[in-house]
Design a protein around this ligand. Structure first.
Ligand code: C2E
Ligand code: MG
Ligand code: MG
Length: 712
């Protein structure tokens, strides 16, 4: 009986191992099932079959070796003398069978496993081998069980239980096979034992039948699970394949997109580097190119000239002929300039009507000749539609490495030289010099100081009497501005142009007008002496100037007829119509208008007539050169004045001879150091007193104290 219990415990252990595995499989199975059924496409039949066969063969070496071991154990493991011929014959046949199965399995491993083989025939071989093995065990158990000892029986039953339990998983690749295997293996002997007259065998037989049923169920589940897994694996493979395909497509599309983005980026890059109108490189790109060119010059120890080209007369083309004509002119100029550049990297449109060309291996003189050739070419008539247009050019040159080594520095220096040339005369070439830089620094200093000068009360006024040559009386006084900057007087000739350039002149001019008109109300002279205030062209051009003049007169209480405004001859260089209209409006208020520095500018007789000024002041250069041709100008001016009804004032009279000569020529008034230096208003009484005494004594007025240079 203990042996029986031992057998039962073995059987139940084998079953429990098997069923716990089953539970695990079942749980996982349901999970995979869900996934599996959610898949729409099934793997092809042959693939599934092949995978099933693979599952069968994969584990079959172990199963066959186990069989060999079991066969050997049951046949040769006991000393029993009974049924030996049968046992040996059975073992012999079984070894052959198992050997054949082993060969078949090796064949599968070596030849079929790694290829897409047709699964039908290998499956048939496998099923046949397995079913035959089951049948062999069944025959053996049925034949030997009535005549063997209990121990041998127990071992045999353990072997059968183990083999059929293992079959549920080992043969899970084929549901039918795993069911048949268990049924063939266990059912005959179980039935026979159930029907046996031995009660202990009856129990084992019933248990065997019950165990067989459980194994069948487990086999079904395991086989279903394996089938699902195979399907899932196949499906996964299909999905992976499909994903790889999609990935390929996406990567192709990405590649195309990348190429497009690359070409667009190139397009944008070239657009951002090129001036769209002229197709020349723009500032940004040129600065980069210039850096490379300069590096090359450094390595090869070459000079380089940078020519900063500014067109002359282009603004008026734009203003009078429209921007589209202006654009065409720029394109034509760019085409001409391109002929002078070594390559596209050596030229750019810097902005507006400014271009830059760089030339390697030239000295400053060669650069000047080169620049003049450029001006000659640019100045040729440009045919735009039906009109013929001409523009000029002014060029500033900076030299590498003499003037600078960096691109920004060279451009800035050439720009400075170009502006310097513009101040002197347009349409020529000017090479940068370090004095220009000093001037530039000084100009910036003056500009910054000017911005604070009014606020800091740094300005004051001086007055220079103008004498009537006929009566020898003071006719009027010119008001001149003085700027005391940190204890140093800055000449108006230096700071007025800067004030005009940076727009400070409007506030400063208003201050001069207001201060002078207020100061002179209580001065030494009677009502017959006027004041003459210098105003810049920029002031007159402003629409609010008339209002400012009216306010000043109203606020100061100075009668308008006592005020003269001196305007330089440069008024005729700009928009003369507006200027003339504004001057007329000023004269309508009763204010007199003088043309200052006459003879130095560009006024034509026609313009002079249109202006109908009240006074013309002959520039002091003609007085100084009276015996050197200046007299002719003075006489011509005097003649015109007689015709147009002006008064004439000679500026810069420094000697008695000049004063007498001018008086003899019939010049109305004289102004200059011979009579008086400009002086502050408080010095006028002393000067005037001495002037009157001097007249009476007919001594030299130049001896008077007011004539000393005390206008600071
Ligand atoms: P301007 O209006 O022609 O003034 C005459 C200049 O000649 C003054 O120079 C004066 O000091 C100088 N001068 C007078 N007599 C003689 C002489 O006998 N010999 C020589 N060599 N020079 C003489 P200043 O004061 O330096 O003024 C220079 C220029 O600055 C003025 O020339 C005028 O154009 C401008 N300016 C002066 N004050 C003002 C102002 O308040 N507003 C404006 N817009 N310009 C002003
Ligand atoms: Mg003046
Ligand atoms: Mg003058």
């Amino acid at each position: 009986m203990p042996e029986l219990l031992f057998i039962l415990s073995k059987i139940s252990y084998a079953y429990s191992q098997f069923s716990s595995a089953e539970i695990r499989l079942t749980n996982t199975n349901s999970l995979y099932k869900g996934m599996f059924y959610s898949l729409k496409i099934m793997a092809p039949n042959s693939t599934r079959q092949r995978d099933s066969v693979n599952v069968l063969y994969d584990d079959s070496v172990g199963a066959i070796l186990l069989n060999i071991f079991c066969v050997t154990a049951v046949v040769f493991g006991f000393n029993a003398e009974t049924q030996l011929p049968f046992k040996y014959a059975w073992a012999g046949i079984f070894y052959v069978l198992l050997g054949a199965r082993l060969i078949d399995t090796f064949y599968w491993h070596s030849k079929l496993k790694s290829i897409l083989y047709a699964p039908a025939w290998p499956k048939l071989r496998f099923v046949f081998g397995a079913v035959a093995a089951a049948a062999m065990w069944s025959v053996y158990s049925v034949v030997v069980y009535p005549n063997i000892e209990l121990l041998e029986l127990a071992i045999l039953l353990v072997v059968l239980a183990g083999l059929s339990g293992g079959a549920a998983t080992v043969f899970s690749g084929s549901k039918k096979l795993s069911i048949f295997y268990s049924v063939i293996l266990l059912t005959p002997v179980s039935i026979m034992m159930t029907l046996s007259v031995e009660p202990s065998q009856n129990v084992i037989g019933v248990l065997g039948i019950f165990f067989t049923i459980l194994l069948v169920l487990a086999s079904i589940r395991a086989a279903n699970f394996t089938t699902s897994s195979i399907e899932l694996i196949n499906r996964n493979e299909l999905l992976v394949e499909e994903m790889a395909k999609k990935n390929d497509e996406i990567s192709n599309i990405n590649h195309l997109l990348e190429e497009k983005v690359e070409s667009r980026t190139q397009e944008i890059l070239s657009l951002s580097n090129v001036d769209p109108l002229t197709s020349l490189f723009n500032r940004k790109a040129f600065s980069k190119n210039l850096g490379e060119i300069l590096n090359n010059c450094k390595v090869e120890e070459l000079n380089l000239a940078l020519l900063f080209i500014d067109l002359e007369g282009f603004k008026s083309v734009n203003d009078t002929q429209g921007h589209s004509t202006g654009d065409k002119v720029l394109v034509a100029v760019a085409q001409r300039l391109m002929l002078f550049a070594k390559g596209p990297q050596h030229i750019c449109r810097w902005g507006g009507d400014e271009f830059i060309i760089v030339v390697e291996d030239v000295n400053a003189n060669e650069a000047i000749d080169f620049g003049r050739d450029i001006i000659k070419s640019v100045s040729q008539l440009i045919h735009v539609d039906l009109s013929r247009i001409s523009v000029g050019a002014t060029i500033g040159v900076s030299m590498f490495p003499e003037h600078g080594k960096e691109e920004a520095e060279l451009i800035s220096l050439a720009d400075t030289a170009m502006y310097k040339q513009k101040d002197a005369a347009t349409s020529d070439v000017c090479v940068f010099s370090h004095e220009m830089l000093e001037e530039q620094v000084r100009e910036r200093f003056i500009r910054d100081a000017l911005a604070r000068a009014l606020y800091n009360n740094e300005f004051h006024l001086v007055y220079q009497p103008v004498i009537n040559n006929e009566t020898n009386e003071v006719s009027f006084c010119e008001v001149l501005l003085r700027w005391n900057l940190n204890g140093q007087l800055v000449s108006p000739q230096e700071f007025i142009p800067i004030a005009e350039q940076y727009g400070f002149i409007h506030d400063i001019g208003e201050w001069v007008l207001m201060t002078s008109c207020s100061e002179v109300k209580n001065w030494i002279f009677d009502d017959s002496v006027d004041i003459s205030v210098n105003v810049s062209v920029a002031q007159i051009m402003r629409t609010d100037f008339l209002g400012i003049a009216q306010n000043v007169l109203a606020a100061s209480g100075l009668p308008s007829k006592k005020l003269h405004l001196e305007i330089t001859e440069s008024i005729f260089a700009g928009d003369t119509d507006t200027m003339l209209a504004n001057i007329k409006a000023i004269q309508k208020l009763g204010i007199k208008v003088s043309v200052d520095d006459f003879g130095t500018g560009f006024s034509s007789l026609c313009q002079l007539q249109k202006l109908s000024a009240d006074i013309v002041k002959i520039d002091q250069s003609f007085i100084a050169s009276m015996h050197d041709g200046g007299q002719a100008i003075i006489q011509a001016t005097q003649f015109m004045a007689g015709k147009f009804g002006y008064s004439v004032v000679a500026e810069g009279v420094e000697t008695k001879e000049q004063a007498d000569e001018l008086s003899n020529l019939g010049i109305t008034c004289s102004q200059g150091y011979y009579f008086s230096q400009p002086m502050i208003i408080n010095d006028l009484p002393v000067w005037y007193e001495k002037f009157k005494q001097n007249k009476e004594n007919a001594s030299n007025p130049a001896e008077l104290p007011g004539n000393k240079n005390d206008d600071g």
